[in-house]
Design a protein around this ligand. Structure first.
Ligand code: F6R
Length: 247
């Protein structure tokens, strides 16, 4: 795997946003439909700002297909803490991607049974030929998407229990840990590893400890991000604040 360090998160986000635009361009020119895997949380926020800028300068996302990694369960779409809400607020409201091309593992009460919904999510990814470029953040406990420690290498999209660390880290947004949903729907480790290219981003001092573990520890379900070392085209993109804690 490849560790790449940029001076700050803005420079790193610029490079990754450009890479996403390149994927869209190249696959578009080849007559295909580019498929991006997207994350929520603080880490990709700047990337989405740069994608909106690209759109304002003439880039079109009209033929781009997106799959988001995860969503709380249960949660209302209208809840500002839902990943559904934040994706529209941070990106989709400001670019020309059609609603039909947006996929978020948000399940409402009127939708199909959960198991069918998860299977259908996997099918939808496969039907469009898989994800061309997957963007990931990393939890302080080593989770990717909501694949918490203990997640199976073969896991696909499913309902999971959230780790206490994950719920505590979300507590401030929800106004207390008791308001954070106990569960989430997440793409699995396998769903992620099937992407053709993966970029995991880790910004800030707080992510130094887990990135240090990721660099030195063997591949184990206790550190779900370690499974990414098995992927042949995966980059770990860090800012200096994060990298300075790596020994
Ligand atoms: C969100 C997701 C999570 C986050 C991770 C880091 O879609 O998949 O795994 O990437 O929890 O969150 P931030 O970026 O807020 O530090």
């Amino acid at each position: 795997e490849q560790f790449i360090i940029y001076s700050d998160k803005y420079e790193a986000s610029r490079v990754v946003a450009d890479e996403m635009c390149n994927v869209i361009e190249e696959i578009g020119l080849a007559g295909g439909l580019p498929v991006l895997g997207l994350a929520t949380g603080a880490t990709p926020e700047i990337i989405y700002k740069y994608l909106i800028e690209a759109y304002q300068k003439g880039k079109s996302f009209a033929k781009t297909i997106c799959f988001n990694l995860d969503e709380y369960y249960p949660i209302q779409k209208e809840n500002p803490n839902s990943f559904y809400y934040s994706m529209y607020k941070q990106l989709f409201n400001y670019i020309d991607i059609p609603d039909n091309n947006i996929h978020i593992p948000h399940i409402g009460t009127l939708d199909t049974p959960l198991h069918d919904f998860c299977k259908d999510y996997e099918n939808k990814i496969n039907q469009v030929g898989g994800i061309d470029l997957q963007i990931l953040g990393i939890g302080e406990n080593g989770h990717i998407a909501f694949n918490e420690p203990g997640s199976d290498f073969n896991s696909l999209t499913r309902l999971v229990d959230l780790d206490e660390v994950t719920r505590k880290n979300a507590a401030a947004d929800f106004g207390g840990v008791s308001a954070v949903p106990n569960q989430g729907i997440t793409m699995g480790i396998q769903s992620i590893l099937q992407a053709k290219k993966i970029i995991l981003l880790a910004f800030g001092e707080n992510k130094g400890r887990i990135m240090n573990r990721l660099l030195y520890e063997p591949i184990t379900p206790d550190l779900p991000a370690s499974f990414l070392k098995l992927h042949s085209n995966c980059q770990f993109v860090l800012d200096e604040a994060c990298a300075k804690n790596i020994k």
